[in-house]
Design a protein around this ligand. Structure first.
Ligand code: PLP
Length: 396
């Protein structure tokens, strides 16, 4: 596997496990066991069952007729927005909760920024009857009240991170501190293809169901399992790698990863990590991240909370470096416009994250006989406040 992880946890020069010594036993237990467990028949049987009957998979691959006419090409939407809890994140949390059970863990911790991963984690903890503690920056708790309420309703405890900027990176620090103090009975569910090895590989395997289904669905619809392009947005990169995974070795399929440019690449309010970032260590992994000259993390900005992350998963740093995937970026305004456009053309209100991938259709120039898949990572209910605000200007 040219683009897969090697046995030391690296994707080319990126990845690895840069962790404090006190975390070593926890991560090592996971590393030694994850493949054995995930590949076991018993695990696969329960994972497949829950993805089908609980999460609602396979998610449809929808031929978007009116959108296709607009761009004079063939556009298919992979409908991750139709999953239980409204996004692709449930694929990963179902996988990790089953793994945690098999490692005999009784307590689950997670960190969350916008709250989407927190809700997906609280959901599977309720499903399995496991204790759930979600760390969240104090600022984010105020900004994302509806998701905090959902986590509480699902029985999780939301613990505020009160240090630093009181946002995602501070919540991550609190979660790591908790894990160090509870090495035996606790599993830490990370929400994207980030963190120390084996997390990026593990999460990618759980999300790879997206491209596995895509192949079968394209074969059925167009008689060919390979599209010309796959577009996906990238925060940490889990929905994108899920959509790319089974196509990585097939270089005829062009992979396009869309980052958030925020208010513009050079505006100081951006999350376009592959343009603005430099190699460095974040969350235990060597990857690209936005940092100052002395290595402090720069606060990113995006209108979509899920793309508001200062790094990218090491696999994506490698896909960029090797040129296997093309990295592009879309501004807040472009994303909002494409969200409104999809709502009115197809009757689908997308998450603002997913709208970044959609907006790139404007620049793609796909040909009439080509097939394009856009991974619609989530639904837009959570973004209604922003969309309604923008709509005032749009209709006037
Ligand atoms: C969290 C989220 C993302 C970003 O996370 P990735 O790991 O990059 O996929 C994208 N879309 C939606 C709907 C999300 O909730």
């Amino acid at each position: 596997m040219k683009y897969g992880v090697d046995d030391k946890g690296y994707y080319g020069e990126f990845g690895g496990a840069f962790i404090p010594e006190m975390l070593y036993p926890n991560v090592e237990e996971l590393r030694q066991n994850y493949l054995k467990i995930i590949e076991s028949e018993d695990f696969q049987k329960e994972f497949r069952h829950l993805l089908k009957d609980y999460a609602g998979r396979p998610s449809p691959l929808y031929f978007a007729k009116r959108l296709s006419e607009q761009y004079n090409t063939n556009i298919y939407l992979k409908r991750e927005d139709l999953n239980h809890t409204g996004a692709h994140k449930i694929n990963n949390t179902v996988g990790q909760i089953l793994l945690a059970q098999r490692l005999d863990k009784k307590r689950i911790i997670a960190e969350t920024g916008a709250g989407q991963h927190g809700v997906a984690t609280a959901t599977v903890c309720a499903l399995m009857g496991l204790e759930c503690i979600v760390y969240m920056g104090e600022v984010d708790i105020k900004r994302q009240a509806p998701n905090v309420d959902k986590m509480k309703l699902l029985g999780a405890e939301v613990r505020p991170a009160t240090c630093g900027s009181k946002t995602l990176k501070d919540a991550t620090n609190e979660a790591i501190r908790d894990w160090i103090n509870n090495p035996v009975d606790t599993h830490y569910i990370i929400g994207s293809v980030v963190g120390p090895h084996p997390y990026p590989d593990m999460v990618a395997r759980f999300q790879s169901v997206i491209s596995e289904e895509m192949k079968l669905q394209l074969k059925e619809k167009i008689g060919n399992e390979n599209p010309d392009y796959i577009l996906a947005c990238v925060g940490g990169g889990s929905n994108a790698i899920g959509a790319f995974y089974h196509y990585l070795e097939n270089e005829a399929v062009k992979l396009i990863a869309v980052e958030a440019a925020g208010k513009g690449i050079d505006s100081g309010y951006s999350a376009a990590t592959t343009v603005l970032g430099k190699p460095g260590i974040i969350h235990g992994s060597n990857t690209l991240l936005m940092q100052t000259d002395d290595g402090q993390i720069i606060e990113p900005h995006s209108i979509s909370a899920g793309l508001d992350y200062p790094g990218i998963g090491p696999v994506h740093a490698h896909l960029m470096k090797t040129g296997r995937a093309q990295f592009v970026s879309i501004t807040d305004d472009e994303a909002v416009h494409s969200a409104i456009r999809l709502s009115r053309l197809e009757g689908i209100i997308p998450a603002l994250e997913s709208a970044h991938a959609l907006a790139y259709l404007d620049k793609l120039n796909a040909k009439e006989d080509e097939n394009v898949v856009v991974n619609l990572s989530g639904r837009g209910d959570k973004d209604m406040e922003i969309l309604i605000e923008e709509l005032r200007n749009w209709d006037n």
